[in-house]
Design a protein around this ligand. Structure first.
Ligand code: DHE
Length: 526
C-alpha cells in the first residue's frame, strides 16, 4: 500500500494500543488467518516482517495518518499513482477486514534502526582511492546514461553517443528515485525503498560501498561538492548523514518538532546555490534546511546556475545543524526554482500547491491546482522572456503551465490521461509528458515549448506503458522507457521525433544522464 493518506494521528495511535487483541479476536471469530493472508498477498511488496520493500512498511507507526476505514478502501480498490493494486476481487470483505486489523497490530518487538544498526550494515568493498582514476571505456564520461531496470532489479550503463551497453549490474531490491552522481560524474549513489544506499564507481564498473540507512527510505541527496550524502526515511523517522567517500555514517537526525512529535520524511533534496539539504516532512508543518560546509571554490557553475555558492548563501545556520522553517500546511513533493530561493510543495489532500520563500520562511503564493499536481516531475524553461514551470497531474489528464514571476496559471493543457513524468532539455524545442495512468498509458505527448500546444502524440508500443524520458547531454537525442518485463528503451531524434533504435530492457523505469544531472539541466529532475 503505497503512500498513506491523511488522518488523525493521535486517534490512530490510541486505537493501536488495543488492536492486537482486537485483531486476534476478529480473526478467531471469522476463522481467518490474517497473518497467512498477509504473507500470500502483501509480503512480496511490503516485506514478510512488514518492514517494507517495494511498498512501504505496514506497521502502526507508518500508518499514523491513515484511518482504518481508509486502509480497507485502499486494500479493496488499490491506490492511484502507485503500484498498489486493488484486492477487492481476490478477497472477501471479512478477509480484507482481517488484513487491515493485522497491519494496525504492533509487531511483537518494535523495529529499530539506530546508528548501531546502520554501522553494522556498512560494507566497503573498495576503499576510496583504491581503484584506478581513469575510465575503462572510451565513451564520453559526461554523456553516459544509467537506466534502472525494475523487472529483475538491475542497472544498465549506456554510452550516450553510441548507446552501447558498457555494463549491466544487479541493484538492491526496488530502487526508487533518481540515482545521484558526484559532480565529476565518476560515482553514483542509488537508494532502495528498503533503505540501502549503494555507491558505484562508473569508471571501474564496481560497487564500492553500501550501507542501510533505514527500514523504509524515501530517497537520497548528494551535496554539490560530492562529499556528503543525506538519506530521508519514513521508518524510522530520521534523516541520516553520511560521508560520501566510503559511506561512513556521520549523524542520525531524529525528525521531530520542539514538542517531541515525530514525522516521516517525504524526501530530501540538495540545493547547491544555498549550500544545503532541504527536507520535506510528511507529518509536521515544517521544512528543514541543513547546510553542508562551504567549499573553497564553487563546484556548480554551469547551466542556469551561474552564481557562486557563497553569494547565495542566505542564512548562517552552522554546518549540519537544522534550520526549521515553519510552513502553513504539510508540504510534500517539492519543486524548486532555479535559484533555490522558492520551494513549491503540494499541499495535503490534493488541495493544490504552495510557494514558500526559503529565505524568509513565508508563503509567497498559493497555487490552487486540482488533480494532485506532481511537483517532483516539474520542469521549467524560458517562454516569451519569462521562466515558466510545467507540471503533470496524478489524478487529472492535464499539464499546468505557470508563470514563475508571479505564480499565475498561464495554461492548462489537456492530456490523454494523468501523467507521472515530464522532461525536456535547454536545447530542445519540446517537452515530453507521459500518460502513465488509465487506458492511454501507452501514449506519450510532445509539447511545443513556445506555442504551449501538444504537437505530437506517440504510441510506440501499443498496450504497454511508455513513460519517463531523458535527453543526452546535448539535447539531440532522448530515451523513452517501455515499462514492461518485455520492454525496451527507445532512442529518438529529439528534433525530428524519428525512432532511431530500440534497446531491449527488463521493465526500465528512470534514466539518468550524467551531464544533465550534474549540471542541473533545466529540463531534468534534480
Ligand atoms: Fe516515485 C522519484 C515519491 C511512486 C518511480 N518519487 C521520486 C521522488 C519522490 C517520489 C519524492 C524524488 C526522489 C529523488 O529522485 O530524489 N513516488 C513517490 C511517491 O510518493 C509515490 C507516488 C508513492 C510511493 O510509492 O512512494 C511514488 N515512483 C512511484 C512509482 O510507483 C514509480 C512509478 C515506480 C517505482 O519504481 O516505484 C515511481 N519515482 C519514480 C522514478 C523517480 C521517482 C523513476 C525518479 C524520477 C526522475 O526522473 O528523477
Amino acid at each position: 500500500m503505497v503512500r498513506p493518506l491523511g488522518g488523525n494521528g493521535l486517534l490512530a495511535v490510541a486505537l493501536l494500543m488495543s488492536l492486537p487483541a482486537l485483531a486476534e479476536e476478529a480473526s478467531r471469530q471469522n476463522d481467518i488467518d490474517s497473518q497467512a493472508l498477509y504473507q500470500s498477498h502483501c509480503a512480496s511488496c511490503h516485506g514478510s516482517d512488514r518492514l517494507g520493500g517495494m511498498g512501504p512498511a505496514l506497521l502502526p507507526g507508518n500508518l499514523s495518518r491513515l484511518k482504518k476505514d481508509e486502509a480497507i478502501e485502499v486494500i479493496h480498490r488499490g491506490r492511484p499513482a502507485t503500484q498498489m493494486m486493488g484486492f477487492g476481487e481476490l478477497l472477501n470483505d471479512a478477509e480484507i477486514d482481517a488484513l487491515a486489523q493485522w497491519i494496525y497490530t504492533p509487531p511483537e518487538t518494535s523495529p529499530i534502526w539506530t546508528m548501531a544498526e546502520i554501522k553494522q550494515s556498512h560494507a566497503v568493498m573498495h576503499p576510496f582511492g583504491s581503484l584506478p582514476d581513469e575510465p575503462t571505456f572510451d565513451a564520453d564520461p559526461m554523456n553516459l546514461f544509467l537506466v534502472v531496470e525494475t523487472g529483475d532489479h538491475h542497472v544498465s550503463l549506456l554510452d550516450g553517443d553510441s548507446f552501447e551497453r558498457i555494463d549491466r549490474f544487479p541493484s538492491r531490491y526496488a530502487l526508487h528515485g533518481g540515482p545521484k552522481y558526484t559532480p565529476d560524474g565518476r560515482y553514483v549513489f542509488f537508494g532502495s525503498r528498503d533503505g540501502w544506499i549503494s555507491k558505484y564507481d562508473i569508471y571501474n564498473q564496481e560497487m564500492v560501498a553500501e550501507v542501510r540507512a533505514g527500514i523504509n527510505m524515501r530517497n537520497i541527496a548528494v551535496s554539490a561538492d560530492g562529499r556528503y550524502v543525506m538519506a530521508a526515511n519514513y521508518l524510522p523517522h530520521t534523516l541520516v548523514l553520511f560521508e560520501a567517500h566510503n559511506l561512513d555514517p556521520m549523524k542520525v537526525y531524529p525528525v521531530e518538532n520542539e514538542n517531541g512529535e515525530s514525522s516521516r520524511v517525504s524526501a530530501v533534496y540538495a540545493a547547491p546555490p544555498r549550500g544545503s539539504f532541504i527536507a520535506a516532512l510528511k507529518d509536521l508543518e515544517e521544512v528543514w534546511e541543513i547546510p553542508w560546509p562551504i567549499p573553497t571554490s564553487p563546484v556548480v557553475s554551469t547551466g542556469h546556475m551561474k552564481e557562486p555558492i557563497e553569494a547565495l548563501r542566505s542564512h548562517d545556520t552552522p554546518n549540519f545543524d537544522v534550520r526549521r522553517i515553519a510552513v502553513p500546511d504539510y508540504l510534500d513533493d517539492f519543486f524548486f526554482d532555479p535559484e533555490y530561493r522558492h520551494v513549491i510543495g503540494a499541499a495535503r489532500g490534493g488541495k493544490g500547491a504552495m510557494v514558500i520563500d526559503l529565505d524568509s520562511g513565508t508563503k509567497a503564493a498559493d497555487l490552487p491546482l486540482a488533480g494532485m499536481p506532481h511537483l517532483g516531475s516539474g520542469i521549467s524553461w524560458m517562454h516569451e522572456g519569462r521562466r515558466v514551470m510545467a507540471i503533470p497531474h496524478l489524478t487529472k489528464g492535464a499539464v499546468s503551465i505557470i508563470d514563475m514571476r508571479d505564480w499565475s496559471l498561464i495554461k492548462t493543457l489537456e492530456t490523454a490521461g494523468p501523467g507521472f513524468f515530464m522532461r525536456s532539455h535547454e536545447n530542445s524545442p519540446y517537452a515530453w509528458v507521459d500518460v502513465f495512468f488509465g487506458p492511454n498509458h501507452d501514449k506519450v505527448h510532445v509539447i511545443d515549448k513556445q506555442t504551449l500546444e501538444i504537437v505530437e502524440t506517440l504510441e510506440p508500443a501499443p498496450g504497454k506503458t511508455a513513460a519517463h524520458v531523458e535527453f543526452d547531454r546535448h539535447g539531440e537525442k532522448l530515451l523513452l522507457s517501455i515499462w514492461d518485463r518485455d520492454g525496451a528503451v527507445i532512442v529518438y531524434d529529439a528534433k525530428t521525433l524519428d525512432e532511431l533504435e530500440r534497446i531491449p530492457m527488463d521493465k526500465p523505469s528512470g534514466k539518468y544522464n550524467v551531464w544533465n544531472k550534474t549540471h542541473y539541466e533545466e529540463g531534468t529532475s534534480h
